[in-house]
Design a protein around this ligand. Structure first.
Ligand code: GLA
Length: 367
């Protein structure tokens, strides 16, 4: 782990950062033009840059302790560098020309668990480029560039939720977003409740292929139903005409949109929690994006008296679970559930609230 100064010899010109997110409701709805309800998390990614006067970009990842050199002529071979490369390419396509840069990336957003470490990297990189060049780029447009970078260069046909959440959400209020119109508002959590996120310890192995396959199934279902997107299906019984698995996939998306709309206006933590539980059942049974370990972790969370509700969060096929809990017993709930999860032979870990040793500035102090 080395600082910008240690790697590049002197101070950066611009420092920018962006948070990860956890999605409370609305999974796989964004690319169906539907509704989502993510909230930002404390963990974030920090990008420091400075023009280097050379003919190539020099990128250092503190997490990997690796340097990658690249120009915009070729996609870098290292996966993590493709996100930064994609942002530089998309920025350039939008008239934002950056000189060759020294780039330092530091992050405490957990990777590969469904908390949008890639969106945090994209939004932080684009914020740094915006600050350096003085480009006029609003937060929504910036999120769109990040999404395009991910689709074009990282190969995941993602929706707009993660980049919008990283660009616009807060840690204390969730972002209710209509992904078709991009209309949005910030929504407080129900009184006296708080968010708990636990990693199942199961890597999101199918993340890319399973995700793209689900998206293709949803698009086929919409086409067969004669609507532009599944968001436009108002009567869920219309799905009865579809063959499996399209019927189940569509049923998840349509019912999940309706759950987001119920959750947004819900000021009762118990009711909100029940909607989360329904969402998990739909992801498990209809969208088939869960795995047995996650189902076990979710049922342990749901069985705890201080938990209002729990569900898988993010793209699925592994990763983390989110729970809505009583706000003053989060640590006790986490310890009890992780203990029971370990008894079943699995190793989870607490992600939110972020353990103190994971703080980004604690990393800095220790470096
Ligand atoms: C990933 C994608 C998002 C969204 C979620 C599932 O995080 O990047 O666009 O589709 O999965 O809700």
């Amino acid at each position: 782990m080395s600082s910008f100064e240690e790697v590049f010899g002197s101070a950066p010109e611009v420092v920018a950062e962006a948070p990860g997110r956890v999605n409370l409701m609305g999974e796989h709805t964004d690319y169906n033009d539907g509704y989502v309800l993510p909230i930002a998390i404390e963990q974030r990614t920090r990008v420091r840059i400075r023009p280097n006067g050379q003919d190539e970009h020099v990128l250092y990842s503190e997490m990997l302790d690796r340097v990658v050199r690249f120009t915009l002529d070729n996609v870098p071979a290292e996966h993590f560098a493709t996100y930064v490369y994609g942002c530089l390419m998309e920025a350039r396509a939008n008239g934002i020309e950056a000189p060759s840069l020294d780039i330092h990336v530091q992050s405490n957003v957990p990777v590969g668990v469904g908390l949008s470490s890639s969106a945090a990297l994209e939004v932080a990189t684009l914020r740094a480029l915006r600050a350096l060049t003085g480009a006029r780029l609003d937060d929504v447009h910036l999120a769109r560039l990040g999404q395009r970078a991910e689709i074009e260069y990282a190969g995941v046909r993602c929706g707009i939720m993660d980049q919008m959440a990283s660009s616009l959400a807060e840690t204390r209020r969730a972002l209710f977003l209509d992904t078709r119109t991009l209309e949005r508002r910030l929504v407080p959590l129900p009184p006296a409740s708080a968010v708990l996120v636990i990693d199942s310890g199961v890597a999101r192995t199918l993340a890319g292929s399973g995700y793209n396959q689900r998206r293709a199934e949803c698009e086929e279902a919409a086409q067969r139903l004669g609507v532009p997107a599944l968001r436009d299906v108002k009567d869920i019984t219309a799905t009865d005409t579809l063959p499996e698995p399209l019927r189940s996939r569509a049923r998840h998306v349509i019912s999940e949109n309706e759950r987001v709309l119920r959750a947004v206006d819900c000021t009762n933590a118990r009711v909100f929690g029940l909607i989360m539980n329904e969402s998990h059942a739909s992801m498990r049974d209809d969208f088939q994006m869960s795995v047995p370990e996650i189902d076990h972790l979710v049922s342990l969370l749901q069985g705890h008296p201080d938990v209002y509700g729990a569900r898988l969060t993010g793209g699925g096929f592994g990763g983390a679970c989110v729970a809505l809990c009583e706000s003053n017993t989060l640590q006790e709930v986490a310890a009890a559930v992780l203990g029971d999860y370990a008894l079943a032979g699995f190793e989870g870990r607490l992600l939110v609230p972020a353990p103190a040793e994971a703080a980004i500035d604690a990393q800095e102090a220790g470096s």
